[in-house]
Design a protein around this ligand. Structure first.
Ligand code: NAG
Ligand code: NAG
Ligand code: NAG
Length: 348
């Protein structure tokens, strides 16, 4: 792997542990639409980190990046409390239900969970007085309540044991914590995001700006032992962003920044045949040298091309005494980044 991809940059992995699953519950119920409903995200010793909320369906929407600094609006409010933080959905409507919400604390993404009608409204039948039970009713209660309760207890015990097991994996020395990392690549490079996730055969998810990374020919994952990689070929400026590696309840952030050499792209040129044409663009100060290409061939050193002295970040080529054959598509190239433009003649 290292020989295949010499550009690989290895970064140490940093796993953040929040005890238990980061999950919200409904703490403030309503009796009718139009009222407030409060969701509560349980976080012990809340909240030195960013305490955010997302709404997931039909489209993902960030409600709060951090309830401590976010401004409340007519619809949503949020507050930090001692053992967690809230999302207050005001003036409840049908549109607020049957959609999922998730809380996001620091870099830990909570489970996204549906808010259902039955979670939101206080059940009036709870308060109905109960009479004496007949034999059939008692049998019904045993089947309807005791059996599901026993099953729930068994399921809970199994899940709890699983969680304990996962947590002990998080104590693995390979998952030592470090500061969140950020990496930089130049436009056109192949970027590799790497994370070490312990010796076990764990499933890893990659997310970009909160959404699952779409894997395709240009974006692949690669695993070698404990090392998980996301490889993005020929990176573009919009590959920049916040990536998360997610393993169960643990997640870690990798900030990817794409450096773009071109500050200003060359624009299409129109001139009269026989005149000189000047091609101009702006590039970053320490960029590699600029090349001029026509039909894929480097013409920078051709005799009819004159490279003008740089002016600040501006770079220009003069094409002397233009001829019909000079018409067409050109390309300016810096390192692996290139920008296309056209030369045309007036009145043709
Ligand atoms: C609903 O929530 C908002 C924001 O927290 C609050 O100002 C308002 O008083 C609440 N309304 C009711 C009826 O509780
Ligand atoms: C609550 O929402 C409904 C429907 O969107 C709207 O007609 C009503 O004016 C809202 N009420 C308040 C108090 O904002
Ligand atoms: C939520 O979905 C269920 C079934 O998918 C539907 O019966 C119910 O009416 C929906 N509720 C709202 C408030 O849209």
């Amino acid at each position: 792997m290292k020989q295949l991809l010499p550009l690989l940059i290895f970064i140490n992995c940093h796993m953040i542990q929040v005890s238990g699953v980061l999950e919200w519950t409904v703490t403030g119920k309503a009796t009718d639409y139009g009222q407030n409903v409060t969701l509560f995200c349980h976080v012990p010793n809340c909240c030195p980190k960013d305490a955010g909320w997302d709404r997931w369906t039909p489209v993902q929407r960030t409600l709060f990046i951090d309830v401590k600094t976010g401004r409340p609006n007519k619809k949503y409010d949020g507050k930090a409390e001692k053992d967690g933080y809230t999302l207050i959905i005001q003036n409840l409507t049908k549109d607020d239900l049957n959609v999922s919400y998730s809380c996001l604390y620091g870099v830990t993404l909570g489970q996204s969970k549906f808010l259902l009608k039955e979670d939101v409204f206080t059940d009036k039948s709870d308060n109905k007085p109960t009479g004496r039970f007949s034999g059939i009713q008692i049998t019904g209660i045993i089947i309807g309540v005791v059996v599901p309760l026993a099953v729930a207890v068994v399921v809970f015990v199994i899940l709890y044991k699983k969680k304990r097991k996962k947590r002990s994996e998080a104590d693995d020395p390979l998952l030592e914590t470090e500061e969140p990392s950020s990496i930089e690549y130049i436009e056109g490079d192949d970027a590799t995001l790497t994370c070490q996730v312990g010796p076990k055969n764990l499933h890893v998810d990659w997310l970009k700006d909160g959404k699952a990374v779409k894997l395709n020919r240009n974006c692949t994952t690669f695993r070698q032992g404990t090392e998980h990689n996301l490889i993005i070929k020929n990176v573009k400026p919009d590959d920049s962003g916040e990536y998360h590696v997610q393993v169960g309840n643990f997640s870690r952030k990798i900030q990817l920044k794409i450096i773009v050499y071109f500050l200003k792209d060359p624009s299409d040129i129109k001139c009269k045949e026989g005149e000189d044409a000047i091609f101009t663009c702006n590039v970053m100060v320490d960029s590699p040298s600029l090349l001029l290409l026509k039909d894929g061939n480097d013409i920078t050193r051709n005799t009819n091309i004159l490279e003008m002295p740089p002016d600040g970040t501006q770079r220009s080529f003069k094409l002397i005494n233009t001829k019909q054959v000079d018409k067409g598509e050109y390309c300016m190239k810096v390192g692996k980044s290139s920008r296309k433009f056209k030369l045309n003649f007036k009145g043709t």
